[in-house]
Design a protein around this ligand. Structure first.
Ligand SMILES: Nc1ncnc2c1ncn2[C@@H]1O[C@H](COP(=O)(O)OP(=O)(O)O)[C@@H](O)[C@H]1O
Ligand SMILES: [Mg+2]
Length: 204
């Protein structure tokens, strides 16, 4: 078993920005190099994650504070699972993590409180914010499904995108990636950043 804690890599951005696409491309790339990699996502598939998804679809009506707490609770459970894997020698890629709460919930809830309830979350080694203009995101989503979710109005998305831009400047290990380019161009940037980060050095 590897002694060094393995890299924890996170994808962030608006829905439709290409998170799932890029997370799976990275998963595939690392697996092809022989690394043991686990791809996960938030909200999780657990009980709290299901509640969150109902709220996002507006089937469950809850206030923004409670929703922020649900995201933090879902993440707390998720973090235990992620930590265990990292300690067992597995690279973990998560499609959304802590910065999603900072960006999305801070539209309606104070960021300082959101930071506080997420204090137990890990600091990822690398975070890629896939930065895609809201109108492009919405166009991509509309091709996939017909219902719209809680955070899918252009002006809200613009504000969330602004927060992501600020976070990219303030937080450690966060890279803003232009997502409005062909999938393979976006992923080749991501692979280069990961290669240059030195995080893979010395890992078998
Ligand atoms: N770089 C890209 N250019 C054009 N379309 C893309 C790109 N990345 C993803 N897509 C398409 O946009 C849609 C949303 O992508 P997805 O990865 O599911 O986004 P997210 O997980 O961020 O919501 C999918 O249909 C996907 O094929
Ligand atoms: Mg997705």
């Amino acid at each position: 078993m590897n002694k060094r804690r393995m890299p924890f890599i996170v994808f962030e951005g608006l829905d439709g920005s290409g998170l799932t696409t890029q997370a799976s491309r990275l998963h595939e790339w690392l697996s092809s190099k022989g690394y043991e990699v686990f791809l996960t996502k938030e909200p999780t598939d657990g009980l709290i994650g299901s509640l969150i998804r109902s709220a996002l679809r507006r089937e469950l009506i809850i206030d923004p504070d409670t929703l922020a707490l649900l995201f933090a609770a879902d993440r707390t459970l998720h973090t235990k699972e992620i930590s265990k894997l990292l300690n067992e020698g597995v690279i973990v890629i998560s499609d959304r993590y802590r910065l999603s709460s900072f960006a999305f919930q801070s539209i309606e809830v104070e960021l300082e409180w959101i930071r506080k309830i997420n204090e137990k979350a890990l600091t990822p080694d690398l975070t890629f914010i896939i930065d895609t203009p809201p109108l492009i995101c919405l166009r991509r989503i509309q091709k996939q499904r017909f219902h719209m979710e809680l955070y899918e109005e252009v002006d809200k998305l613009e504000r969330i995108r602004e927060v992501y831009h600020r976070l990219a400047e303030e937080e450690r290990g966060v890279f803003l990636i232009d997502g409005n380019r062909p999938e393979n161009v976006v992923s080749s940037d991501i692979f280069t950043i990961l290669r240059d980060s030195g995080l893979l050095e010395g890992l078998e």
